[in-house]
Ligand binder design. Sequence first.
Ligand SMILES: Cc1cc2nc3c(=O)[nH]c(=O)nc-3n(C[C@H](O)[C@H](O)[C@H](O)COP(=O)(O)OP(=O)(O)OC[C@H]3O[C@@H](n4cnc5c(N)ncnc54)[C@H](O)[C@@H]3O)c2cc1C
Length: 364
Amino acid sequence: MAHADANIVVLGAGVVGLTTALLLSKIPNYRVTVVAKHMPGDYDIEYASPWAGANFLPVGAPGSLLAKLEERTWPELQRLASSVPEAAIHFQNTVVQNRSKDVGSAVGTWFAELLRTDPWWQSLVPDFRVLPKQTLPQGIDSATAFTSVCINTAVYLPWLVGQCLAHGTLFRRGDVAHVADAAALHASGRPAAVVVNCTGLGALKLGGVADKAMFPGRGQIVIVRNDPGVMTSTSGTDDGPDEAVYIMQRAAGGGTILGGCLQKGSWESQPDPNLANRIMKRAVELCPALTDGQGPEKLSVIRHGVGLRPMREGGPRVEKERIGGVWTVHNYGHGGYGYQSSYGTADEALRLVQEVLGAAKAKL
Ligand SMILES: Cc1cc2nc3c(=O)[nH]c(=O)nc-3n(C[C@H](O)[C@H](O)[C@H](O)COP(=O)(O)OP(=O)(O)OC[C@H]3O[C@@H](n4cnc5c(N)ncnc54)[C@H](O)[C@@H]3O)c2cc1C
């Protein structure tokens, strides 16, 4: 297919913006500039991507947009884990445990599809199986095991930048007040034909968008040096309906992420030390191998962290819209699933950009 020449600005350099920029930059004749307030290397409460685990644990309801985006993302994550070591993604044996009493809690609802013993994604990931009831720990009503991946975000985000640069994408810092203003920031000095809005939680305040369906889903983590030997999570805890327990070891020496919580509507940027203690205690209870059975005091802490998941009532928004005379493709609102839906959502944004450019051409 022949592609018309086009200047494109991607607004945002989180995992969604970078993946979208990468797919766009592979199209001949598309000249992509990424404009963002925060870039890989920054750690900031306004920038969710560096704080993520990150792993692939599908949560989209069957038939939903999110489920389709997750389904389209897995093959690329699998390819990267199999054959692109410098992306710092590795396969992990994964166990997900379900307690019936967590149904309806914040975490239980978020994980509802993940916790099923017959989820839509059972044939997507390798080795999916339901664990025999008699092998489950006390208090666990069902559990599944499968192979998934864990991404070292501290290496993967810069790797995405490198891939974009290699395909001709240019990067510049910018704090944009109105989405249409981004069109003037293309590195060529000429206006962009399309702005792709990948601003995450920033879409709540961004002029021309101000999407009131956006809200933060606060997550607190502890990164430790200890090796869990398995990637695992449970549907809930006995410490409150918005507290979670999950463990994943990042590839390439990235440490092990202990989580966490899903505190809807909280903007608190500082780690809560009491919650951090609960996170470490629960992680060691779930996976005693973390400290060879010696308790949480044997955890070797690298860092505490807080990130705000860019959550949206109704799920991610991947749509085109003309704002202030500028074609905009929205690609934000990926909550706690921005990595596991990244290639699907980037692909869908690319399709919309092509639609917009086709429409723009037809009008000439
Ligand atoms: C603790 C935690 C654990 C998580 N674990 C996982 C996981 O295991 N798997 C998974 O798939 N997901 C996980 N997530 C979710 C994932 O981190 C997010 O879905 C993802 O990072 C969202 O990416 P994004 O690019 O949309 O937003 P962000 O990473 O927040 O990036 C937004 C970008 O837009 C820019 N921006 C915003 N407004 C403006 C403006 N006005 N002008 C200029 N630039 C602007 C910002 O500077 C930034 O560059 C987790 C999140 C947290 C907090």
